[in-house]
Design a binder for this molecule. Structure first.
Ligand code: ZN
Length: 226
């Protein structure tokens, strides 16, 4: 049999194409999962612990609603999202056990980031806006400041009339219970009339959670390029 040069070329190209297809199939999903990452969203409170309230507005319900919407946006953007709670119930009868279960979920998920959603309350009813908290015993300050900057420019400036809120460090179990970066986002003051109106406005809530998702994107991008 005479093997012509053209046959060798065609066969070689075919084999290379097959190898390239196999390599793509193996490596593309891996690089995608690295780029998108795992996020734990922790809806604060639940069950007997409703958090702060005003009239029929209960923090635990607001946190869960925002959590579910943020989950949808992040999943659309390709993240794996793990929730610590996805019902009105707490994770356990006692607060201590409830927090331990949240910790267990976080440790099992090995997330790139933990975002805990809450609503704040303050004695001065004029205080308003979305504020970020972090655990200052870990290196979360930079993460907290970046979220606050984005929220100040995209949310607080437009809706609360101020863009000077500062992220604050403190001693927070949900932030320090694992080695992973974590922030608490207090999504407004239930003690302020303007913030209460915003927390009942679905357009505003979508804007807020989209901004939080943008913050997560920016965190992940800097992590990938680091
Ligand atoms: Zn809370």
């Amino acid at each position: 049999m005479i093997i012509r040069k053209e046959h060798i070329v065609v066969t070689s190209v075919f084999i290379m194409a097959v190898i390239a297809t196999i390599l793509c199939a193996i490596y593309i999903p891996v690089s995608n999962s690295l780029a998108k990452g795992v996020v734990v969203i922790d809806a604060g409170h639940g069950g007997m612990d409703g958090g702060v309230s005003y009239g029929n507005m209960i923090e635990a319900n607001i946190n869960l609603e925002l959590t579910r919407e943020l989950k949808g946006i992040l999943e659309d953007r390709g993240y794996k999202v793990v929730l610590t709670r996805d019902s009105a119930n707490s994770l356990a009868g006692k607060k201590k056990d409830d927090m331990q279960k949240r910790k267990d979920i976080i440790l099992k998920s090995k997330p790139d980031l933990i975002v805990s959603l809450h609503v704040n309350k303050y004695q001065d009813s004029k205080r308003r806006g979305v504020q970020v908290f972090y655990d200052d015993t870990k290196k979360n300050k930079e993460v907290g400041e970046r979220f606050q900057y984005l929220i100040n420019s995209n949310v607080n400036k437009k809706y609360a009339g101020r863009d000077d809120l500062k992220s604050l460090g403190g001693d927070y179990f949900i932030c320090k219970c694992s080695p992973y970066p974590a922030v608490i986002i207090e999504c407004g003051f239930i003690s302020n009339e303007g913030d209460r109106m915003l927390l009942n406005d679905s357009k505003y809530k979508t804007h807020l959670v989209s901004t939080i998702a943008d913050g997560i994107d920016s965190m992940m991008l800097s992590k990938v390029s680091a």
